[in-house]
Design a protein around this ligand. Sequence first.
Ligand code: GLU
Length: 423
Amino acid sequence: MEAAPGPEAPVTNPYAAAQRQFDRAADHLGLERGLRDILRAPQREVSVRFPVRLDDGSTRVFEGYRVQHNMSRGPAKGGVRFHPATDLDEVRALAMWMTWKCALVGVPFGGAKGGVACDPGSLSRGELEALTRRFTTELQGVIGPDVDIPAPDVGTNAQVMAWMMDTLSMHRGMLLPAVVTGKPLAVGGSEGRSDATGQGILDTVEFAAARIGMRLEGARVAVQGFGNVGEAAARLLDARGARIIAVTDVRGGARNADGMDPVLLREHLLATGSVAGAAGTAPISNEELLALDCDILVLAALEGQVTSRNAGRVRARIMAEGANGPTTPDADPILREHGVVVIPDILCNAGGVAVSYFEWVQNREAFPWSAEEVNARLGRMMTTAATEVWDRAERDGIDMRLAAHAIAVERVARATLVRGLYP
Ligand code: GLU
């Protein structure tokens, strides 16, 4: 077994990072040993290897995972990621973060995550559907509306969710809409779900800006990542009066100090595969974007982006973690020293799972809500959680990440304790 990294060692493995964050919270709370051991690692892990027939007639075997970190507070919940770099440790970390995220915003679910190591961009639509249906079949008995409910994440979308739902529904011989969330509206998806993570980012950025006396009108925003999350965050911040001065994606970046229209950036991305080269913009690299002179930096890509190596160069006043785990634990003290207000991932990006929960409730009630109702409830949930985190940080004299983890771990620990041990 790998030794725990020392305090100075840079943590690049996401699972080690998640455990380091947990340890800080457990120390702060003075959590007793038994509870620590229960909460520090996942409850259940499933690894599968499964074949898929490709369009050229060949067969390829893929590896997939579903990890359920904790189910003390409710059924497990979390996305499914299709990405070449996905492995068990990444999925473990993401599952653990889902547990804390749900507890923090008061969603009555535990935490899970799934993933398949694959490059969805290199698969045809038919291959992607076959991969999704076979992976779902492998997870039969593991996922279900009352036990574990998947949702979209990096590399998956509403269509993939529709295929997952259809596959399980066909196996059971009845429609099971509540088995996944983030579905298309046509099959029980929720109003507001596709923009929910971006909306939650806007809600928490508005909250933090108000607390530090920053006006959002004219605020300069840099966004790392222009997928489901980054695109929505940029569009909603722009609509709120902020100025999007830089955006990067996996292929490159675009910048313009006068501001760029996220709708035009998206059109350029759809036409060319990247935001790079959009009319009226200059190129910008990822490292340049992280170090850009701006007011708000939105991280909406992958884990491990802000590290001890580049944290000292961040010049934003607010750093909003739309991605899961974008900051390594050794970067946190550097950001704090530089006075960067970090809105931690388990708070900042919780809008996605919050509306997933609303979708699940609507499916179970068979009664859809209006977009207004979804967004009003989401806004209340995000603002309540943000207030709790901010107040806890002030009360205990700690940073927002530790405050968020302390609140979440405390809630899960309480649920575990009150349920007691079986048998
Ligand atoms: N994948 C999203 C996340 O990381 C959403 C999960 C969900 O809706 O279950 O929070």
